[in-house]
Each structure stands twice: as C-alpha cells, then as structure tokens.
Design a binder for this molecule. Structure first.
Ligand SMILES: [Mn+2]
Length: 327
C-alpha cells in the first residue's frame, strides 16, 4: 500500500517540505468499510484538503500559537482500500510505523525490531538501543480518518516506538462492543475493546452517550476504563506529564454542529468544550505521542460546515501536539 502525495493543497498552508525535518507528520487514512450506519468517512481527508480556502487561520486565537512555529509534514493520504478490515489494519499499522520512524537510522531501527519487515504488535525490547533517544528522534503522527477503526493500527504503531501510554477518547459512542451488530469482532464500534485486548492499560472516555448494556457495564466494572462525566473529571483523570494519545471522533460534538458524520448522536459537546479539553491538557503538561480525528463524512453535510469545523479541530490538535511534545 502506498501513500499518495496530495494532489490537492495540503491540509495547511505552512509545514516542512521533507519528512526528515518534521517533528509531526499528518496523513489521511480513508478506510470506512465497517461503518454501522452511514459510510462516507473515506472522503474525510480528501474533502478536508479541498477546503484550504475556508478562511481557517494558521494562528490559534485561543492560545496565541501559530502553525508556522510547528515543524510538520503532510505525507498525503493512503490509497483508498475497501472490504475486509484485517489486511487494512496490518497495512495501516505498517504505514504509520514507517511515517513515525522515517529517516531514522535503519540499523538502529532493526536493533529495536522496528524495521518494516519485522513489525510486530508488541513493542520489542531494544537490543542495545536507547528507547528514549529513539523517541526523541522519532516523529509523532496526526491522522485524519476514515472511520474509528483506524485508531487501532495507529495505536499499535505508536506503542512500538513510545511504549505504554494512556488513550484519551472523545466520542459519543463507547466503542467497547465485543462484536458489532452483525457479529464482527473488528469494526468501528469495537475499536476500544480491541485496543484494550492489545494491552492498553488506561482508557479515559469523555462525551460518551451511547452504547449497549455490555458496554455500559464494562465502563462501570473494568478498572482500565475511566468514564469521565465532566470536563473536570476528564482533566482530573490525567496525570501531570502523562504520555497520551488523543482520539477525537467528530460525533463527540453535537450533530447540531457536526451533522456530517456516519452515526450522529443527539446531544454532545460544542467547539468551546474542545478548547477546554485543550486547556486541561496544557495544564497537565501531557506528552502527546499521537492523535487522530475520525468519522468526518463530508457528503452527509451539504453545507460543508462539518468539514470546516473539523478543520479547526485539526488545527488545534496539531498545535496541541506541537506545544506538548515528548520530554
Ligand atoms: Mn462515535
């Protein structure tokens, strides 16, 4: 599977020309074939790219930060893929790992078990390699979905380099189902369950307002899951300096604001709530190992407002990763 350089303008007007110079890499992962209601997230990255003229500033007026100060590289979008999710998970994991480690010395990556021929789900112990140095040199991925299943392979890739971290999950849906409505183990509604099965030790969920009984009880009984019921609980659940991956399903937001998504759920957050999340992460000085924004289905919102909204979330995510790096 290959990455395509963007035919359309980049996600943002700034950015570096070479991946080796970048601390952060952006890429689109447009898979959407396990969507339980309405598909269309495959068009999220592409549509976001044709909206650079939407008046979105590189400057964040909320925090006085500028994308021009961030070193990021837009790697383009993955080729469209359809059907069976299992080979997609494998190829997305491999592609993500290659983006994270691009330009790093291949012998050192091999010593760490990180070269593309030997990618494994579990992070291998580094033979003679200082993991902290590898982490300091590696870059961090900001991914644009695609459906939420893509978070699973991206999390596996990030773990290979960064080790254990907490998953911060903003969503309307718990995504903790053991199997989806047609009995499939691997789907966008089972993605958090898959991440836990793969060894995730701490999952903080915020905004959740939909799921089945099994998911509801799992959130109560599973000690790995912290179900934050308020912004305060969300921030309190995060330790100072903690390593985190932030995944944002756009249906976290009220469909009044973001109707362009496959499984809208009445109620939910506004943009200012997301800014409050950002403020909380800054307060905690977390280390962002990666992030994604998923489930934008642009064709379900003829006004285009959902795409513009998601672009602003993407800018703030990128700036969050810029100011809250690995230390
Ligand atoms: Mn969702």
């Amino acid at each position: 599977m290959s990455l395509k350089r963007p035919e359309h303008p980049s996600f943002f007007s700034s950015g570096t020309q070479r991946i080796e110079e970048a601390g952060i890499v952006l890429a689109g992962f447009p898979y959407d074939c396990t969507a339980s209601f309405r598909a269309g997230a495959r068009f999220g990255p592409r549509e976001r790219r044709v909206y650079p003229g939407d008046g979105l500033e590189d400057f964040s007026f909320y925090f006085g930060e500028d994308l021009e100060d961030a070193t990021f590289y837009d790697a383009g979008d993955m080729d469209p893929v359809y059907g069976d999710p299992l080979p997609v998970i494998d190829s997305y994991r491999q592609a993500a790992a290659e983006l994270i480690t691009a330009g790093l010395d291949s012998r050192r990556l091999q010593a760490a078990g990180l070269d593309s021929r030997r990618l494994q789900a579990e992070r291998e112990q580094a033979g003679g390699l200082d993991p902290r140095r590898l982490q300091a040199e590696a870059r961090r991925l900001l991914a644009i979905g695609g459906e939420h299943l893509i978070t699973y392979p991206l999390l596996l890739a990030a773990r290979q380099v960064y080790g254990e971290f907490t998953l911060l999950h903003l969503d309307a849906h718990a995504d903790l189902a053991v199997v989806n409505h047609v009995g499939s183990r691997v789907a966008h509604g089972t993605v958090m369950n898959l991440c836990l099965e793969a060894g995730l030790e701490k999952l903080v969920q915020y905004g959740i307002r939909s799921g089945n009984r099994q998911e509801y009880e799992m959130r109560i009984n599973d000690p790995r899951i912290i179900p934050a019921g308020s912004l305060e609980e969300f921030v309190d659940s995060v330790e100072t300096g903690e390593r985190v991956y932030l995944t944002v399903d756009v249906d976290f937001f009220d469909p009044a604001f973001v109707p362009g998504t496959g499984t809208p759920e009445a109620g939910g957050a506004g943009f200012d709530d997301f800014i409050s999340v950002r403020r909380g992460l800054r307060k905690r000085q977390v280390q962002m190992v990666g992030a994604d924004i998923v489930e934008l289905a642009p064709e379900l919102d003829a006004s285009g407002n959902s795409t513009v909204f998601a672009g602003k979330v993407l800018r703030e995510l990128l700036l969050t990763m810029h100011v809250l790096g690995i230390v």
